[in-house]
Design a binder for this molecule. Structure first.
Ligand SMILES: NC(=O)c1ccc[n+]([C@@H]2O[C@H](COP(=O)([O-])OP(=O)(O)OC[C@H]3O[C@@H](n4cnc5c(N)ncnc54)[C@H](O)[C@@H]3O)[C@@H](O)[C@H]2O)c1
Length: 428
């Protein structure tokens, strides 16, 4: 067994040479922005926050205070920020999924380099428009596909690309969302509705599809997809289920209890704002009494599917299957790659490689970094890579918008296939 726990540290040692900190403005100072700004906290000589745009006053103040921003660099509205022509090199757009296109286009038109949270936009023509405008304006656009920077996923890619195991024949990839993440994000929370967010394949699995394209290095020629919202619907509410977990008779037995998730286990509470004068306990109880997250899972206004399959045939005849599963305690990904000379399989903790001839077998141990914060450092490597790309025009940023558009196209077409029951030919 090969210990891989030091891979993160090794990756962070390779630093771009910068003559001054890159100036970043953030639009949408929520959970993701906070993760990426850890880079500015650790390396102030490389990245400097110069403005924040955020609707929510608590979050705006928290981020601005942490970085000592003056009052006139704290914005509620991004149009005011663009009107001020703030001196910055790049803008991070990390607003919710239905609010990417407009600020992204405005950032590009203002001449800022753009780091954009996934998904790029809600429609394929909007994704393409962002890429086109960026080319015209000569600015860089990166999309935050963090799996490409994750040591475990990067290792899989490296092993496949080494050619030691021959060519890929087929791939099976399971994205286990896990019940807690599923009920928090896709049943009660901000990704629960297609119109305000996106189909779940785009919202959750565009990373997986991006990884599968990156891994196979081929294009999808044909796909079909299946799935529906089967379980989290009103007609499945058991007898005695209340409107909210706090007033529910069967809450003590319910595996989807919000009271158990937030109040007892204290999981997924980072997105709850704690106003001044309140404790986290108060904030959780208030949320359970009146907020989105206290609702019974059978009585929400969710419409995204609760499991989905995607089958793809690639243009080099490789076949790929992706399965998005919510009904699982696992909150990680499993991948099995069958190749002409051997096979590779892993679950983010261990990665096993075997060759058919000669009994060669090797196992890599990623258990120390699995579940580590910042996606095991990937969030920070991504920022590092983007900074390097801004300093060096020849540097190829790993998650370009062009690659990302291809994975998004698959997501939009998979949704069409799921809805119509058709197999989609991607060249049509
Ligand atoms: N790359 C990843 O691994 C990853 C993981 C989770 C989420 N995401 C994506 O990141 C994006 C943000 O997700 P999050 O989890 O940070 O959400 P979040 O809700 O924590 O943060 C979004 C913030 O944007 C603010 N906001 C909304 N509209 C705004 C506007 N018009 N102007 C300024 N601020 C506005 C909200 O008040 C909120 O604070 C989403 O697109 C999501 O899909 C990416």
């Amino acid at each position: 067994m090969y210990d891989c726990s030091n891979i993160c540290e090794d990756l962070m040692k390779i630093k771009p040479v910068v003559s001054r900190p890159v100036k970043i403005a953030v639009i949408g100072a929520g959970n993701r922005a906070d993760k990426y700004l850890e880079y500015a906290r650790r390396y102030p000589g490389r990245l400097q926050l110069v403005a924040v745009v955020e609707l929510n006053e608590l979050r705006r103040r928290a981020m601005a205070d942490r970085f000592g921003l003056p009052e006139d660099r704290r914005y509620v509205n991004y149009d005011d920020f663009f009107a001020d022509r703030v001196e910055a090199d790049m803008v991070l757009v990390s607003t919710p999924e239905n609010a990417h296109f407009d600020p992204a286009i405005k950032a590009i038109d203002a001449g800022y380099h753009l780091l954009l949270e996934k998904p790029i936009a809600q429609r394929l023509d909007e994704c393409r428009e962002i890429a086109r405008r960026a080319r015209e304006r000569g600015v860089r656009v990166g999309v935050c596909h963090v799996l490409r920077y994750h040591p475990y996923f990067a290792k899989i890619r490296e092993l496949v690309a080494s050619g030691e195991f021959g060519r890929i024949v087929s791939v099976n990839h399971i994205a286990s969302v896990g019940l807690d993440r599923a009920t928090h994000s896709y049943v009660r929370g901000i990704f629960r509705r297609v119109r305000e967010a996106n189909p779940i394949l785009l919202a959750k699995c565009c990373h997986d599809i991006d990884f599968l394209l990156w891994l196979t290095r081929s294009r999808c020629s044909k796909l079909s997809s299946f799935g529906s919202l089967q379980w989290f619907r009103a007609e499945n509410a058991p007898a005695g289920a209340g409107e909210r977990c706090l007033d529910c008779k069967i809450e003590p037995q319910c595996p989807f209890s919000a009271r158990d998730l937030y109040y007892v286990r204290r999981d997924w509470v980072a997105s709850f704002d704690v106003p001044e004068g309140m404790t986290l306990d108060d904030a959780i109880l208030e949320e359970l009494r009146t907020g989105l997250f206290g609702r019974c899972v059978y009585r929400c206004d969710n419409d995204v599917v609760d499991r989905q399959l995607l089958s793809m045939e690639m243009d080099d005849a490789v076949v790929v299957s992706l399965s998005m599963e919510m009904f699982s305690n696992d909150d990680f990904r499993r991948t099995h790659i069958w190749m002409t000379g051997g096979e590779i399989d892993g679950d983010e903790r261990t990665l096993r490689v075997r060759k058919f001839r000669g009994g060669y077998e090797r196992t890599y141990d990623f258990s120390d970094i699995a579940g580590q914060s910042f996606h095991a450092g990937a969030d920070l490597y991504l920022i590092d890579d983007f900074i390097q790309a801004l300093y060096d025009p020849d540097h190829v940023f790993l998650t370009s918008i062009e690659d990302s558009i291809e994975s998004h196209r698959i997501c939009y077409e998979a949704e069409r296939s799921r809805r119509t029951g058709e197999t989609i030919r991607m060249d049509e």
